[in-house]
Design a protein around this ligand. Structure first.
Ligand code: SF4
Ligand SMILES: [Zn+2]
Length: 328
């Protein structure tokens, strides 16, 4: 369900997640907030999903109303994990005042909570307070601070994404999260703007290896084309194509770590896709792998006899990079 009211979350839906070798019911929530303070990433559509509430008390009331709506529509016994997103950063005090975070912690007591934030907002006090807030003493709760690292390559992150933080910033924030008793979930993004398919695959494989020591959970996002973004502009000019699902499977199979991936928009022209005929099978396979961790699913997908495998291999071998000037 999608909403543009400030009294309801932007979206919320039940699903399942793999956690500690088990598949558990999970609620995903996107709170409608004043939005991201950075607001510049080239692929991000969330930056347009912001409320215009300027008064701090009103922000708290709006978040409380959204929380009430969530509690009314998703009974606490129906999920064990909750993934919290905002249109920016959950630990940004301006965006989510601590009074609202306290109410959210109270509502999700005893749950495994994954809350997304930019690195600069991951500070000891709010993370510790929220971790303590969800702890009901039963030992079932856990907090993971999720951060969009996207890639471990600072050059790609700056030039191709414009993310505004470095790998060192992420490592520092991961350390703060750990000291505050939280785990770390790392989001990596396959195929930022300006990379060839080969460059994107190589970047993701390297990023998984380099991010793993700082991460408890790794999730690979496959770039999709969101409306009114820079990525959309290049895509409309024929200068960008979302990643092949072949690439995603190749990466998951080659990783020494379990990497989860939800192929959002998979098989659609604006999402990661192959040729159209085999996409449904790939989306189903990647989704099943993310829940089961069964590598045989990936191996079977790589053995799929669809003719677009030749196209993907040709693209990997022959696509040339865009030239970007290093200086102005
Ligand atoms: S930091 Fe996140 S919410 Fe902000 S612009 Fe970048 S991707 Fe969007
Ligand atoms: Zn195909």
């Amino acid at each position: 369900m999608i909403s543009d009211s400030t009294q309801k979350p932007l979206a919320s839906w039940p699903g399942t997640e793999r956690y500690d070798g088990e598949v558990i019911p999970c609620l995903t929530v996107i709170f409608h907030t004043t939005g991201c303070t950075w607001n510049r990433c080239r692929m991000c559509g969330y930056k347009f999903e912001r409320t215009r509430i300027t008064d701090r008390r009103e922000r708290i009331h709006a978040l409380q109303a959204q929380l009430n709506w969530i509690v009314a529509h998703h009974p606490p016994e129906s999920f064990r994990m909750v993934k919290i997103f905002t249109s920016g950063s959950f630990f940004d005090e301006d965006e989510v005042p601590h009074e609202a975070r306290e109410a959210i912690a109270e509502a999700f007591k005893g749950k495994i909570v994954i809350a997304e934030s930019r690195t600069e907002h991951v500070r000891p006090e709010p993370v510790t307070a929220f971790r303590e807030g969800i702890d009901d003493g039963s030992g079932t709760s856990a907090l993971f601070v999720a951060m969009g690292l996207e890639t471990t390559n600072d050059f790609i992150r700056e030039k191709c994404i414009d993310k505004g933080h470095t790998f060192a910033d992420f490592i520092g924030a991961a350390g703060i999260a750990r000291q505050a008793g939280a785990g770390v979930k790392t989001y990596l993004m396959l195929k930022p703007l300006f990379l060839t398919e080969r460059e994107a695959v190589d970047d993701m494989k390297r990023s998984i290896v380099e991010a793993a020591p700082y991460s408890d959970l790794i999730s690979m996002n496959l770039c999709t084309i969101q409306r009114r973004t820079e990525v959309e502009r290049y895509w409309k000019q024929g200068a960008y194509r979302p990643p092949y699902l072949w690439s995603a499977v190749d990466i998951l199979l080659s990783a020494d770590y379990f990497v989860q991936s939800d192929p959002v928009g998979g098989g659609k022209i604006r999402g990661p896709h192959n040729c159209g005929s085999c996409d449904r099978e790939f989306v189903r396979g990647i989704t099943e792998y993310s829940l089961s961790g069964d590598r045989e699913i990936l191996e079977a997908l790589m053995d799929t006899s669809c003719t677009c495998k030749n196209e993907w291999e040709y693209v990997l071998a022959h696509e040339e990079p865009w030239c970007m000037p290093l200086t102005r």
